[in-house]
Design a protein around this ligand. Structure first.
Ligand code: ATP
Ligand code: MG
Ligand code: MG
Length: 546
């Protein structure tokens, strides 16, 4: 078999291991607990955990919780559940907030070296002096404060002497640096806010750039993998590690996952939840992992998808059809087959004794020999569009005088149809061929069509939820107006009463089914013991109109 070529991160790691730079690698997945994980995060998870698995290293789950206002324990719990569901095991569960003391000490080290100062400017004043990419900035009037004064003021900031926004600690780098992020970036701010873990212990919090690389270093992460928007941050990442003289972690960047008809930004997803455009973070139309799970996606399919798209160095847009392809491939192998009639039309088998019923057997999967029982009786439901009063050419299902096989049952022939006053067909009268029973057919009759059905006496009513894409626009990153203008008004269609074969009464959350000819389905979290509700996970074929 041909070996898959290495992606650029694997090349870097293999070379680092070969020339002895590291004995083992260490990666981390660093979510900020300010929302639920989405499919983009799955890409990052598969990459970080996958590299460590491949090269025998470890991966930490580190919560990047340096922003107390947006972070909640609910999110921490959901993130842990999602990583586990995807099938990965972290080496350690860590929190950037556990390093607040250490980070505070690091800040003092920078002050002691004359590399950080307390600035009393407002954020507007700082922005005005920042310059532009083509014009240098100007020094803040506070830039020349003495080390002693900076130490005293920074300590007082920590002790709660100053209100929010009144003072910041800045790294003293270069106000005319070509990289704007190197123009004396803010590394600490005053924020009198309750933190989900440290409570009210702190009223100053480190900025992302001062926490991320330092956390990597504390954990001795060898390869710190992030998305492309952090390229300009790398210089600051390296500068801080160098000046603090701490373990040299290295940052590498890859292109974030973007998918067609999908928007992945926790902030915007939160807006959809808060403004009730969806029922919650796990609304099956959302791109979150909790929604994917509820909708019936499998971790295997998501991992396969992440593997197939590879690791890009430039931004791109991945066809969501590829994820669905991976999903169908997996579900086709594991989803047990069931019969459910969505748009029911009554069939009466006139030569089948009234009051009689029998149990037939049907295979659960095309391969293997597990089967289930299927009750058959005189009255059945079939799909309305499996009958045509005037059959089209090559229509091999039911029409006056035409025969069809009922899946795992008998051949039936349409003898008559009944219409109501409005001209709607309300019932078919058919005869069955008793010796045509599937598996022991001695009738010698060959029919081309096979349709699904359920016994009217035994069927259980259920609700079906059919999902379409949440957005109508292919590239949601290219839009300039409000993303909510692009919501698909028909992203959810509910079928209130379908008829399911009785075996489905036993279905449990987490099971996957193929409803013959109708798609892949799973029980929804809203289902109760008296009401079955199924989500369509994905159609059998790609049926989206482009
Ligand atoms: P969002 O913009 O959706 O809030 P984020 O990057 O702010 O995402 P984090 O919680 O900081 O969210 O992300 C944790 C990790 O997942 C980071 O390393 C981040 O780079 C990565 N990540 C986030 N979104 C994607 C994506 N679409 N593709 C690949 N990796 C991603
Ligand atoms: Mg982030
Ligand atoms: Mg974000």
């Amino acid at each position: 078999a041909e070996e898959k070529s290495l992606n650029f991160l694997e090349e870097i790691i293999e070379s680092d291991l070969k020339n002895g730079k590291y004995k083992n690698i260490a990666t981390r997945f660093p979510p900020e607990p300010n929302g639920y994980l989405h499919l983009g995060h799955a890409k990052s998870i598969c990459l970080n955990f996958g590299l460590a698995l491949k090269y025998g290293g470890k991966t930490n789950l580190r919560f990047d919780d340096t922003n107390p206002v947006t972070e909640e324990t609910e999110y921490v719990e959901s993130i842990k559940g999602d990583v586990k569901w995807l099938g990965f095991h972290w080496s350690e569960e860590l929190y950037a907030s556990d390093y607040f003391d250490q980070l505070y000490t690091y800040a003092h080290i920078l002050i002691d070296k004359g590399l950080a100062y307390v600035d009393d400017s407002t954020s507007e004043e700082m922005a005005a002096k920042k310059g532009t990419p083509t014009q240098p900035g100007t020094d803040s009037p506070y830039r020349s404060r003495s080390i002693e004064e900076n130490k005293r003021l920074f300590t007082e900031m920590k002790d709660g002497k100053y209100p929010d926004g009144s003072k910041v600690l800045r790294a003293k780098i270069d106000m005319s640096h070509t990289n704007m992020l190197m123009r004396d970036p803010v590394i600490y701010r005053v924020k009198h806010a309750h933190h989900h873990r440290t409570g009210d212990k702190w009223c100053i919090y480190p900025m992302y750039d001062f926490a991320h690389g330092q956390s990597d270093s504390i954990e001795q992460i060898t390869h710190s993998i992030c998305t492309l928007e952090f390229v300009p941050h790398r210089e600051l990442y390296d500068w801080l590690i160098e000046k603090l003289d701490i373990y040299p972690s290295h940052q590498y960047e890859f292109a974030r996952l973007n998918m067609t008809y999908t928007m992945m930004s926790k902030r915007k997803l939160l807006q959809l939840v808060n403004e009730k455009h969806v029922t919650g973070w796990d609304d099956p139309r959302m791109p979150t992992l909790s929604a994917a799970r509820r909708r019936g996606y499998t971790p295997e399919a998501i991992r396969e998808f992440c593997d197939r798209i590879g690791v890009a160095k430039r931004d791109n847009l991945i066809d969501i059809g590829l994820l669905e392809f991976c999903l169908r491939e997996h579900l086709n192998k594991i989803a047990e087959r069931r019969m459910v009639v969505f748009d029911p039309l009554k069939v009466v088998i006139t030569n089948y004794p009234d009051g009689k019923s029998e149990l037939l057997r049907s295979e659960n999967l095309p391969e293997g020999d597990s089967t289930r029982e299927l009750p058959f009786g005189r009255e059945l439901w079939i799909e309305r569009d499996d009958f045509m009063e005037v059959p089209a050419k090559k229509y091999f299902r039911l029409a006056p005088g035409q025969m069809v096989r009922l899946k795992s049952a008998f051949i039936v022939k349409c003898e008559e149809f009944i219409k109501d006053a409005t001209g709607t067909v309300t019932e078919l009268r058919c005869t069955y061929v008793p010796e045509s029973r599937s598996g022991s057919d001695t009738s010698g009759i060959h029919v081309k069509g096979v349709i699904h059905w359920v016994s009217a006496q035994h069927a259980i009513p259920a609700e079906i939820r059919l999902y379409d894409r949440l957005f109508v626009t292919e590239d949601m990153n290219a839009i300039e107006d409000d993303f909510k203008n692009h919501l698909n008004p028909n992203s959810l269609q509910i079928l209130k009463t379908v008829y399911a074969e009785p075996e489905l009464a036993k279905s449990k959350i987490g099971e996957h089914f193929q409803f013959l000819r109708m798609g892949y389905f799973c029980l929804d979290a809203d289902a109760t013991s008296d009401k079955l509700i199924f989500n369509r996970t994905v159609t059998l074929r790609d049926t989206w109109t482009k």
